[in-house]
Design a protein around this ligand. Structure first.
Ligand code: HEM
Ligand code: HEM
Length: 220
């Protein structure tokens, strides 16, 4: 497919990516140091970013849309047989890894809302759920992080493989928008639309969590 020279990854897609790359280690570090005040805010940021990215998969620029890069088993097999990719953006395997990463990030952060350290901190939905569900979410929060780490390692190894062994400058495109041989086929949609979506989702999350039941007051 011939590219025309537009950005392959629009500004919101790139900003989303590098913010997520900052948030995940920060979330891990804040949990390790038991700074749950910071941990929860990083988690809310992740939820808002991921939900915005998912919406951007429908309303964003051509190559950020899911329909541009999510293909069925036939497309994956064709790619594995060396018949190339239908998208100039994520290849068929990369497309599914994007879906897996986004789902896991969301599962990780949403399960945290029901979590508690059993001492001083409880997530905002802790008192909204039955204890069985909370326990399950506690396990999910722990297990999902390990799966996420595994997937992130695979993701970085895959990027390095394409970058170093196959000479495709994936990293340059994720930083600058495009790179040699990695350019978009159409002009990006205005970036501020992503900001509107982000603001709407942040407000919806804030409002939703405000409605959550609080612990019953302790009467001495
Ligand atoms: C916490 C760690 C990371 C997570 C959760 C993550 C997640 C993702 C996601 C969800 C995408 C899809 C972007 C989109 O379409 O919105 C992506 C793409 C990409 N990521 Fe990461 N990423 C991580 C770390 C890194 C690191 C450290 C690098 C640099 C080595 C990197 C390089 C890239 C590149 C180059 C792409 C574009 C791939 C392509 O052209 O198909 N990522 N990443
Ligand atoms: C992507 C976002 C998040 C990541 C990567 C993350 C990661 C982690 C990790 C690695 C731990 C330590 C392992 C464990 O005990 O489960 C942890 C614990 C915890 N997280 Fe998160 N978390 C995220 C979001 C959240 C959110 C949004 C909340 C609540 C508002 C939350 C609440 C907690 C709590 C209460 C613990 C302590 C659990 C315990 O002591 O057993 N997390 N998180």
């Amino acid at each position: 497919m011939q590219a025309t020279g537009s950005a392959l990854w629009d500004i919101p897609t790139r900003v989303f990516h590098w913010l997520i790359v900052c948030c995940v280690p920060l979330a891990w570090w804040s949990a390790e140091t038991e700074n749950y005040e910071a941990h929860q805010w990083i988690g809310y940021t992740v939820i808002t970013l991921v939900v915005t990215r998912i919406a951007w998969g429908f309303f964003g620029s051509q190559h950020s849309r899911f329909r541009d890069f999510v293909v069925g088993p036939g497309g994956i097999l064709a790619y594995l047989r060396g018949q190339g990719s239908v998208s100039v953006g994520h290849n068929p395997l990369g497309g599914w890894s994007v879906l897996a990463l986004l789902s896991l990030l969301l599962l990780q952060a949403v399960s945290g809302l029901f979590n508690s350290d059993d001492v001083l901190f409880s997530g905002p939905l802790y008192y909204a759920a039955e204890s069985g569900f909370r326990d399950a979410m506690g396990v999910v929060h722990e297990v999902a992080f390990n799966v996420l780490l595994g997937l992130v390692c695979l993701h970085i190894l895959a990027v390095l493989y394409y970058q170093l062994a196959r000479g495709e400058n994936l990293l340059g495109a994720m930083i600058r928008g495009s790179s040699e041989g990695r350019q978009g086929l159409s002009a990006p949609v205005p970036w501020w639309r992503a900001l509107v979506l982000l603001a709407v989702f942040a407000l919806a999350l804030w409002w939703g969590l405000e409605q959550a039941p609080q612990p019953a007051p302790v009467i001495w």
